[in-house]
Design a binder for this molecule. Sequence first.
Ligand code: SF4
Length: 308
Amino acid sequence: MKIRLSYGTAVKMGLHRGKMLAEPTTAYVMLGETCKSNCSFCAQRRDARKENYLSRIIWPEYSVEVLKEINGFSRICFQTLDYENVVDDLLVILPMITNIPVSVSIVPIPREDMVKLKNAGVQIISIALDAANEEIFTKVKGAGVGNRFTWKGHWKALRDVISIFGTANTHLIVGLGESDEDLVKVMLSLKKENITTALFSFTPVQGGAQPDVGRYRVIQLARFLIYRGYEDFLELTGGKISKIMVPEREKKSVERGLPFLTSGCPGCNRPFYNERPGGIIYNYPRKMRGNEIKDALEQLRNYSQLVF
Ligand code: SF4
């Protein structure tokens, strides 16, 4: 069986020669040759497949056997395409991985298959909502692009995951046309249901623009505070976060730049998923330097009033 490794994963494993600008702490594995779905923001979508790409990343191909050698990572994440035998393939591969926590990012699958994956050692399942509200979901990854997915179906699958695993993860993309309020509302609902959120910035595969970095910083800070258990720390004006107040107890974390690091499963840093080397870093894959934290707060202040 063939798999693809993210460029950084392959370099770190010594399988590919190249430079790593930031070392991946999770090994990212893409599973599946073609995707039957057509999400508008995805490089692997049915109607415009960019072979070897997912988000901004190149994914060289290897035999699945290389996974037997895997070490030096704090997690392995299978990013699966939507295809018929995906669960069967995972069940063949999972017994090869014994010493490292496993995450699987997958489309909604039947409950019985979730149980099989749990019994085979999967720790976290991620089902990506990507969109912050039902209307945008339908437009970018539902009926609007000829997919079978529905907002309700994804939420049901996330709840199935919770009932089996106790927790679940989802991905949200900032910049698909949603308001800040949509993002805040959906993150509050996700948090209430014990679903963690990994934030991505929209990365154009064909047209469109990445979100304003100041807006992204505000959403990162909102995500951080929501998952620390806060609810009343911001003001909205016409759907936009106009003011964000950092609670006293969180000031140190913000001063260390924690809200601006990659979010998601423990140990996941996804270097350069959303960034061009040398360009704006949306999700920091490593500890931030003093000047980077200062810049991030400055960017944030250009978008919202920060009470800090
Ligand atoms: S947060 Fe990271 S490790 Fe978890 S499913 Fe997403 S990409 Fe994989």
